[in-house]
Design a protein around this ligand. Structure first.
Ligand SMILES: [Zn+2]
Length: 591
């Protein structure tokens, strides 16, 4: 079974889309406001049985789980496939990794990876690393942990890493671009990291993007990291996400800590859903990475002013990302690292007693106020009403309005009036309910007709100009669609291979190997294209019928229903045309 099929079998489209779009049940299907265009009534549908989605509104488009993720995240097929494979816990065979030297980024990942081994080897074997080894031992890190996080030591030389990597074919420029070297004013270069404990940083796919480094004496700064490079951007990076992804998905919760040490200690004690922000500032991009894995994020930042402010800023992310953010209140002066090392049961309790970030904001903003005085009551309302006004869910807004009324002693009605004034108008409310499905039907797993058509095209290049060409949307399996679109843009197989993700090229190779023999290839092809159209229109009609059936059950959907029926009639007419055409061709070939 191909990786694509395996992913489709393990992943449920309703769950994947439900992570990004609040789906409401509509008969056997689900609907929502389309995430790809602005609308007031839902015309975006998800069909569990077909494992497909379709926007019947302005987009007029749809597809399978891959095409949704591609569109939603703005990534290509290969990236969507890897993302979903990771979520499904499927390992992609390494021969499917992009070829060496394929592009600049790939070279930087490889240079970083080579540096990981250099640093790790130095940590384990170099006499100069004795102090670093002692330090890790003193922190209670096991050798398994050191291996899992690939910790390392950068020797106190100016060109140790540079020489090592140049001997392995990396150019000075590549090493500069990877942030492994620094350039001095006179144009010379030397190793960036020297005499430091090294923390390799990976992205969610496990590629090494950069490094964190810690000094082992009292010099400052204590921590540095790689500069911004083509592959490293600190604000879009979470330390440990590659090791934590599976646990986050499984537990449905991610815990975000500040430091490398916090994350490593947590993992060593079995808290595998922990990742680190590598600093106090939590960015929307970091939470977006987590949101691909779970909607529930718990912040465990240091109990200092900076940490508190960072947590308060996450109140906004909760709304903009539609995530649920909770906050762990650490005892003053403690961090997750020392709490866990002292007593991992205490950590567990802290995680379980995490409070919603809005409640945290309520206590923080009112901590220094005297709520028996009118002035401070009004101050509290002015601080907290904007937070409530940004909430998308009216039930939630009401809950916190009550809380504010009790907290300040201001009458509920007064606060409600004030809130109404502040509410951002006209944004349609998203449906609250989220459903999951246990549908096991995977009707879109393989598409023999689509594959047959591709086999013909790949094996008989002369068919390119014969008859009516299929349209990309006739390929409903996005893997096949990708191959078809790429094929349209190139003239021969080598260019196709260059253009395609290695995982898709595997599929092409398998399509080429199953040869189509016999006479009348051209007739076979023309018939195949027509059948492809037929299948496409029939599937569309099925989806429309399902949607229309739902609309009938609902009030006020009359206008939409009429529109859908109109569309249904149109595709009926098209379908009839295609049948007639096939008939004519049959008759003419028999003659
Ligand atoms: Zn749409």
């Amino acid at each position: 079974m191909s990786v694509v099929d395996e992913v489709k079998q393990k992943i449920d489209i309703v769950e994947v889309i439900g992570q990004h779009v609040p789906l409401a049940k509509a008969g056997r299907n689900f609907k929502a406001l389309c995430p790809f265009h602005t609308e007031k009534t839902p015309s975006f549908f998800v069909f569990p049985e077909r494992q497909s989605w379709h926007c019947f509104g302005a987009c007029g488009t749809g597809g399978d789980v891959f095409s949704f993720v591609m569109k939603q995240q703005g990534i290509d097929f290969g990236e969507a496939l890897r993302l979903l494979a990771q979520q499904a816990g499927i390992t992609i065979p390494s021969k499917s990794a992009p070829e060496a030297g394929k592009d600049e980024k790939e070279r930087l990942y490889q240079a970083n990876e080579a540096a990981v081994h250099f640093f790790h080897d130095a940590l384990l074997n170099s006499p100069a690393a004795a102090k670093t080894r002692d330090y890790l031992l003193g922190r209670g890190f096991t050798s398994e942990t050191v291996t899992a996080f690939q910790l390392g030591f950068s020797p106190n030389t100016w060109e140790g890493l540079k020489q090592h990597l140049q001997e392995r074919g990396y150019t000075e420029k590549e090493l500069l671009d990877a942030g492994l070297l620094v350039e001095t004013d006179d144009g010379k270069t030397h190793d960036r990291f020297r005499n430091r404990l090294m923390f390799p940083i990976h992205d969610a796919r496990g590629r090494t993007t950069g490094f964190g480094a810690r000094v082992l004496d009292d010099s400052l700064p204590k921590y540095t990291n790689s500069p911004q490079t083509l592959v490293f951007d600190k604000s879009g990076t979470l330390y440990g996400v590659d090791l934590a992804a599976a646990a986050i998905r499984k537990q449905g919760r991610a815990v975000l800590v500040e430091g490398y040490m916090d994350a490593i200690t947590a993992h060593q004690h079995g808290f595998n859903n922990v990742v680190a922000s590598m600093g106090t500032a939590i960015t929307e991009r970091q939470l977006t990475i987590l949101k691909r894995l779970t909607r529930n994020v718990t912040l465990a930042l240091d109990a200092d002013t900076a940490g508190e402010e960072a947590m308060l800023r996450c109140v906004d992310y909760e709304n903009s990302l539609d995530a649920e953010v909770q906050v762990i209140i650490l005892p003053s002066g403690r961090d997750p690292d020392n709490v866990i090392r002292e007593d991992d049961g205490a950590w567990q309790e802290l995680v379980e007693s995490a409070v919603p970030v809005v409640d945290f904001a309520f206590s923080m903003k009112t901590a220094k106020l005297d709520l028996t005085t009118a002035g401070d009551q009004s101050r509290a309302a002015n601080e907290l009403l904007p937070i409530i006004a940004k909430m998308k869910d009216s039930v939630r807004r009401d809950h916190y309005l009550h809380k504010l009324a009790i907290l300040t002693g201001i009458r509920y009605n007064t606060l409600e009036g004030e809130l109404k004034r502040r509410l951002v108008p006209a944004k349609p409310l998203k449906a609250k309910a989220r459903f999951t499905t246990t549908s096991t039907l995977r009707t879109l797993l393989s598409s023999p007709l689509e594959e047959y058509c591709l086999r013909l095209l790949l094996q008989y290049p002369e068919l390119r100009d014969k008859g009516e060409s299929p349209l990309p949307e006739h390929f409903q399996n996005s893997q096949n669609r990708e191959i078809f679109v790429a094929w349209q843009q190139v003239d021969d197989l080598p260019s196709l291979q260059e253009r395609l993700d290695p995982l898709l090229w595997e599929q092409v190779e398998s399509l080429i190997s199953q040869s189509v023999l016999g006479n009348g290839i051209e007739d076979k092809y023309i018939d195949c294209v027509l059948r492809l159209q037929q299948q496409y229109l029939r599937d569309q009609k099925e989806e429309e019928a399902a949607v229309a059936a739902t609309a009938v059950e609902e009030e006020g959907a009359g206008a939409d229903l009429a529109k859908l029926q109109q569309e249904g009639i149109e595709s009926n007419v098209q379908l009839r045309d295609v049948f007639n055409q096939r008939d004519r061709i049959r008759r003419s070939t028999k003659r």
